[in-house]
Write a protein that binds this ligand. Structure first.
Ligand SMILES: [Cu+2]
Length: 155
């Protein structure tokens, strides 16, 4: 019985020590959010022709500033993005530009805004806004630190 009590006491001490280490680690890592990958600016040139966009997929990270330049190679084409306030229209040989911040995460279809022919409904591309991973990691570490601190003061 005495032995059991001793080992239990050791486990408790180990728990406190582990919490202390966690808090120290947290103190070391908490400034991470500021060092998370800064938002980037992308300038993306998209050509439109019957009946496709090139490139058909655009991938950016959340928080990035995106400048889209839409150029038409044949007819009047448009580009609007579902879920974003983005709407472009351009004539053959000309281009239109818009700048926006990709503040919503996920996959968003972009479509031609002008009925340009038989396959117009299939003139679809995709904007892929991925999570800002370093920021997410920093958030996770902060969360672990808070839990560690709670565990420490709970004892
Ligand atoms: Cu079209």
């Amino acid at each position: 019985m005495t032995q059991w009590t001793t080992s239990h006491g050791r486990t408790r001490h180990f728990g406190i020590a582990a919490s202390a280490v966690l808090v120290m680690l947290a103190a070391f890592f908490v400034p991470l959010p500021t060092s998370a990958r800064a938002a980037q600016a992308h300038r993306i040139h998209i050509t439109a022709r019957a009946f496709a966009f090139a490139p058909g997929t655009v991938t950016v990270q959340r928080g990035d500033t995106v400048t889209l330049q839409l150029e038409s190679l044949d007819a009047v084409h448009g580009l609007y993005i579902d879920g974003y306030d983005v709407n472009l229209l351009t004539e053959p040989g000309k281009s239109a530009t818009i700048t926006f911040v990709a503040d919503k995460e996920g996959k968003f279809k972009f479509r031609c805004a002008v009925a340009c022919g038989a396959l117009h409904p299939f003139m679809i591309g995709e904007l892929n806004v991925t999570p800002n991973l370093p920021f997410a990691r920093a958030l996770l570490i902060t969360l672990v630190a808070v839990m560690g601190a709670v565990a420490l003061f709970w004892k």
